[in-house]
Design a binder for this molecule. Structure first.
Ligand SMILES: Nc1nc2c(ncn2[C@@H]2O[C@H](COP(=O)(O)OP(=O)(O)OP(=O)(O)O)[C@@H](O)[C@H]2O)c(=O)[nH]1
Length: 306
């Protein structure tokens, strides 16, 4: 055996592969990916459509390295350029993965799920994850539904589970392992994400923003990091970021009476960044109005959604 062989110390061949998680908005994709990676990587919120970027996380279990790709929720209601970009991102993500996890809510299959299913590439292993099993009160209802799903598409596996239940998530690794090709790992064993700290910072701000504004704020609001300075050998960061919204009314909504809400968004985001980056963070937050940006392909490119 040569040192280049894809094997670990015991001579067991290493496996490594890409896994995409797809499904309509709010079905639990981010929750599942975070549970699989074992740490909060992607942002979750009760508000649909919070995940817009392609986020990867990875987890190595014994000889197998699972590299997860989180995809944005499909948006079908409005066909503006932002939504077209989202669907393009999903399709380009799927073209180079080894297995696709198609999430639905256990016992439900609506036209929005159907639309997602119709966009799945042919010839790729497609695993049906029937998530939120904990919300099904009569398990006997599930069998006829599973049979219908089986008739609908040649899924390679059927996995009823709850992304919030650890034993279900652990079981999924065993189910997925055979789909990973035998090849060297892409990442070191303990790597969790290849996203930059800058990206994580903007995601954290965006999560706080949506959490603290509830359902009032349209999902087109975004966060841009304007300044990033490291001091004291990396133990201190000065970060300046802008929340970009479409209307003056949204700006007021974010700032809140006496600036209270913006202060809270900033302080919660700062605390989470300090934990993640193990550094002192000085965070400056601005709110800017960029009217109509979601309708302009030009703006989308400049904000990095290509
Ligand atoms: N009861 C229950 N709730 C779940 C489960 N998994 C996720 N949820 C909840 O479903 C909601 C949506 O979860 P997300 O993980 O943000 O969904 P998503 O598919 O990433 O959503 P988008 O970002 O909009 O595409 C959250 O309130 C989760 O807590 C589950 O197994 N059981």
């Amino acid at each position: 055996m040569t040192p280049d062989d894809a094997s670990d110390d015991d001579g067991v061949a290493q496996r490594c592969g890409l896994i995409a998680i797809v499904g309509r908005p709010n079905v639990g994709k981010s929750t599942l990916m975070n549970a699989l990676v074992g740490q909060k990587i992607s942002i979750t919120s009760k508000k649909a459509q919070t995940t817009r970027h392609r986020i990867t996380g990875m987890r190595t279990v014994e000889e197998a390295q699972f590299v997860f790709v989180d995809t944005p929720g499909f948006q079908m209601k409005h066909a503006n350029p932002l939504n077209r970009t989202l669907n393009r991102t999903v399709q380009s993500t799927l073209s180079d993965v080894d297995v696709v996890l198609f999430l639905v809510e256990a016992g439900r299959f609506g036209s929005d799920d159907e639309k997602v299913l119709s966009l799945m590439p042919e010839g790729k292993p497609l695993v049906l994850i029937a998530n939120k099993l904990d919300e099904i009160h009569r398990r006997s209802d599930l069998l006829p539904w599973l049979q219908k799903m089986q008739a609908r598409h040649p899924f390679t596996e059927f996995v009823p589970m709850s992304a919030q239940k650890k034993s279900d998530v652990d079981r999924l690794f065993g189910i997925l392992k055979p789909y990973l090709p035998e090849q060297d790992w892409f990442y070191e064993e303990d790597t969790l994400t290849d996203r930059s700290e800058k990206f994580m910072a903007s995601e954290i701000i965006r999560e706080k923003l949506f959490r603290l504004t509830g359902d009032e704020l349209p999902y087109t609001s975004t966060v841009v990091i304007d300044k990033w300075e490291e001091e004291e050998g990396g133990t201190r960061r000065r970060i300046s970021a802008s929340i970009v919204v479409e209307r003056d009314a949204h700006k007021g909504m974010i700032i809140g009476g006496g600036g209270e809400r913006l202060k809270r968004i900033g302080s919660e985001a700062r605390q989470e960044m300090e934990k993640l980056m193990e550094a002192r963070i000085f965070l400056e937050l601005w709110v800017k109005v960029r009217s109509g940006w979601a309708d302009s392909e030009e703006h989308l490119r400049s904000y990095g959604y290509e």
